[in-house]
Design a protein around this ligand. Structure first.
Ligand code: NAP
Length: 276
């Protein structure tokens, strides 16, 4: 019988996960299909119970359900539990197991481009859900020094205080981060600034950027945010959010099937749909 996979969220029509996973099922000869499912906030509990009842094999979870789904699962992996968010669910003999591959996906994409990332003094800009997953996954991977800078400083303080892994962190204001900028070997931009015409500009000035700094922005649509383009102009090596998106999907696919998929193929497929 054909296995069923899905992604649940609201909105969901824009998701490129069905494209990526259905292609992989074809490539690896797996009789399965991956559907996008629109699930409203107020229907989450019912939707999860329904997916479990029909024996879904696994599903992804996206905005706005990543945090709120946790009480409806049978087991939550320790990293996902400490982050407080789940983006991948695996049905193991009728029990729903939750994982978070967003942060580990980011780290896998970074490792591929910057293998020596653990020695880099790092600044994360933003302290939302994505920043939290990335901070915890980088700390779990052994990165020693990660500073945070966010419009709402309390959210950055929470990330620092709730992280179960040993890591040195200072929470900086925008002004202080701009002054310290040349000290960083790695800068990770995680706010939505630059994603749409309504949110243009830079989250902070790159005037003091060192040209040896590796600059990453997790936005992938557009492929190159104004922040990344400015960093590139200053001579820095840059990475957009496409590797994070591809690797979080690859890690989810591996949790479901045991197969490490071809990430180059996945990247090309998504790129072709983004017009890149
Ligand atoms: P989120 O939880 O809403 O957090 C957004 C963060 O950005 C918060 O820290 C917020 O600051 C800050 N921010 C928003 N607008 C700002 C502004 N105008 N000025 C200064 N700071 C601002 O969102 P998220 O889930 O972390 O997602 C953030 C971005 O990452 C989105 O663009 C999303 O598309 C992208 N993303 C990419 C991937 C990928 O696979 N590449 C995966 C997940 C997310 P406050 O705390 O002060 O509100």
């Amino acid at each position: 019988m054909q296995k069923l996979f899905a992604v649940i969220g609201d909105p969901i029509a824009h998701s490129m996960s069905p494209l990526m996973h259905n292609d992989l099922f074809g490539v690896y000869g797996i009789n399965a299909h991956y559907h996008p499912l629109l699930v409203k906030k107020e229907s989450l509990q019912e939707a999860v119970a329904g997916l479990k009842a029909i024996g879904i094999s696994g599903f992804n979870v996206t905005v706005p359900h990543k945090e709120r789904i946790i009480p409806f699962l049978d087991y939550v992996d320790p990293l996902a539990g400490s982050i407080g968010a789940v983006n991948t669910v695996v049905n193991k003999e009728g029990k729903l197991h939750g994982y978070n591959t967003d942060g580990t996906g980011y780290v896998a994409g970074l490792q591929a481009a910057l293998p020596e990332f653990k020695n880099k003094r790092t600044l994360i800009i933003g302290a939302g859900g994505a920043a939290r997953g990335i901070y915890f996954a980088l700390a779990a991977a052994g990165l020693q020094h990660i500073d945070l800078c966010n419009r709402t400083a309390e959210k950055a303080e929470l990330i620092k205080n709730e992280c179960p892994y040993e890591v040195q962190t200072t929470v900086y204001s925008k002004d202080m981060a701009e002054k310290e900028l040349s000290q960083y070997g790695l800068i990770i931009q995680t706010t939505p600034i630059g994603m749409s015409a309504a949110s243009q500009g830079l989250p902070l000035s790159l005037q003091r950027l060192d040209s040896k700094t590796f600059v990453s922005d997790i936005i992938y649509n557009p492929l190159y945010s104004p922040f990344l383009l400015q960093a590139q102009k200053a001579g820095a090596e840059i990475q957009n959010g496409l590797p994070m998106f591809v690797y979080q999907g690859a890690l989810a696919f591996e949790l479901w099937t045991g197969i490490k998929p071809d990430t180059n193929r996945m990247k090309k497929l998504v790129l072709s749909h983004l017009g890149g």
